[in-house]
Design a protein around this ligand. Structure first.
Ligand code: NAD
Length: 489
């Protein structure tokens, strides 16, 4: 950036022990919709992580001894404060991530608020177990206690949404935390830190250390005083975290990538299925771990589906994320855009047909967005199941449509990837819906809908999509240590 630019740059600071602390070096952060550097993010390492872990350790005795009700009131206050500033948070998330302002306003920030409210409530309602052995004169019961300092690492696609999905249960259970958001999307976490004191969160309960995965992330993962890591991100990084944390036998929760199928039977209600499947493919630029990227359509309706699906996808407007009529914003980075485009090129080289989007339709951008990282929703047909486009997570606005004949065949093909996060099934035959849902290797199955979540229930993936689940009971179990106590009377 030029000097003129750098004067206007937003400079973030780490939040440690209740105070903003400058860092000795910084990373540039880009506005994905313009390609300009607009923000500088601390490039933290061991030293900063050490200070944050110390602050979290010091805060633990007081925070963990507060009653669930006291903690609940503080979480609710924080939710109110974020909600009060919802528009400012949404603007910041859209600018930092490239997502549309509409998505940030209606999904990201409301969900971040809800995460705090949800765990503020659920923490009041847990019960532990008790069993009796009258013949032996014994009663057994379980007791749960917070674990200590939780390390929380989150990705760039739903920045505040996913970070708060970890912070809220961790602190509701009485842990203190050191969080490291993605270096590409740190702004809303920093904005949230400004509200903690007012909400009544004591210093050191929530510490945020900004920086890269390789430096700040690994320092957190390797820190001996952080017994638990909750991570959301790619499968490759999760493997690295597992290796690095193994010498300490840490407790890990890993929410990873997906290659999610949609299975559309010939008795599906296409008037519901088509707009929902366009949304499940392209929402947030396809940068949601739950996005559909393999669409299996039963042969009898294949050509009709394809025609209507492409027509619907073409209605999605790509452009300036701050325009409320835009559906598709910018991708996170230049490198990521290149990676996503390359998948489309590979599919073409293998003989697949690109029906709309990348390389087929013109992309007209406003003058201010010419250097942004934009791509049109892209639909590819006639892709082989072995193709990298059908096997690897693309994490962009690209979806593949293929035909199938039988229920048995489609289950095998849908399960034929290394991932197992989410699937959708479209059919009006209730027996079939249950049969298929049971046989899919997938942590979540939505039938005749997508992305309808009850936070009470487990969230997470099978196979390479993760280890562990998060949700009301699951997060409570993950963020607490259980003890079985036996009393003889
Ligand atoms: P990523 O794995 O590159 O990074 C995620 C986080 O880990 C970032 O904060 C990063 O700085 C940090 N990190 C990177 N290397 C690290 C290391 N060696 N040690 C510690 N931390 C490290 O993922 P991303 O590109 O930011 O996010 C996209 C991925 O996240 C996709 O694969 C997507 O499917 C996945 N995701 C999964 C879910 C889910 O709930 N299952 C939700 C959203 C995104």
């Amino acid at each position: 950036p030029t000097m003129a630019h750098s004067q206007a740059l937003l400079v973030l600071e780490n939040f440690i022990g209740g105070k903003f602390v400058p860092c000795s070096s910084y990373i540039d952060s880009y506005n994905p919709s313009t390609g300009d550097v607009y923000c500088r993010v601390p490039d933290s390492g061991k030293e900063e992580v050490e200070a944050a872990v110390k602050a979290a350790k010091d805060a633990f005795p007081i925070w963990s001894s507060k009653s669930p009700l006291e903690r609940s009131q503080i979480l609710n206050k924080l939710a109110d404060l974020i909600e009060h500033d919802l528009e400012a948070f949404a603007q910041a998330e859209s600018k930092d991530q490239g997502k549309t302002i509409t998505f940030a306003r209606t999904v990201d920030i409301p969900r971040a608020v809800h995460n705090f409210r949800f765990f503020a409530s659920s923490i009041l309602h847990h019960v532990t177990e008790c069993t009796e052995m009258p013949a032996l004169g014994c009663v057994h019961y379980t007791s749960r206690a917070p674990v200590g300092v939780a390390g929380l690492i989150s990705p760039w696609n739903l920045p505040l949404y996913l970070l708060t999905w970890k912070i809220a249960p961790a602190i509701a259970c009485g842990n203190t935390v050191v969080a490291k958001p993605s270096e590409m999307t740190s702004v809303t976490a920093w904005m949230m830190c400004k509200l903690l004191e007012k909400a009544g969160v004591p210093p050191g309960v929530v510490n945020v250390v900004f920086g890269t995965g390789a430096k700040a992330g690994e320092a957190l993962v390797c820190h001996p005083d952080v017994p638990l890591i909750s991570f959301t991100g790619s499968t490759l990084t999760a493997q690295r975290i597992t290796e690095r944390s193994a010498p300490h036998c840490k407790r890990l929760s890993l929410e990873l990538g997906g290659k999610n199928p949609a299975i559309i039977f010939d008795d599906a209600d296409l008037s519901q299925c088509i707009p929902t499947t366009v949304r499940s493919s392209f929402a947030n630029q396809g940068e949601i771990c739950l996005c559909t990227s393999r669409i299996f359509v039963q042969r009898g309706i294949y050509s009709e589906f394809l025609k209507r699906f492409v027509a619907e996808a073409k209605k999605w407007k790509t452009g300036n994320p701050s325009d409320p009529t835009v559906n598709v914003g910018a991708l996170i980075s230049k490198e990521h855009l290149e990676k996503v485009r390359n998948y489309v090129k590979k599919a073409q080289a293998e003989g697949a047909r690109v029906l709309c989007g990348e390389g087929v339709d013109p992309l007209a951008l406003p003058p201010g967005n010419q250097k942004g990282y934009f791509m049109l929703p892209t639909v590819i047909a006639e892709v082989k199941d072995e193709s990298c486009c059908m096997q690897e997570e693309i994490f962009g606005p690209v979806t593949c449509v293929v035909a199938f004949d039988t229920e048995e065949e489609v289950i095998l093909r849908a399960n034929g990837v290394k991932y197992g996060l989410a699937a959708t099934v479209w059919s009006s035959n209730v027996g079939r819906v249950h049969r298929v849902a049971h046989r899919l290797q997938s942590g979540l199955v939505w039938t005749n809908c997508w992305l309808v979540r009850d936070l009470n229930l487990p969230f997470g993936g099978m196979k390479a999509s993760g280890i562990g689940r998060e949700g009301a009971k699951d997060s409570y179990e993950f963020f607490t240590e259980v003890k079985t106590i036996t009393i003889k009377h």
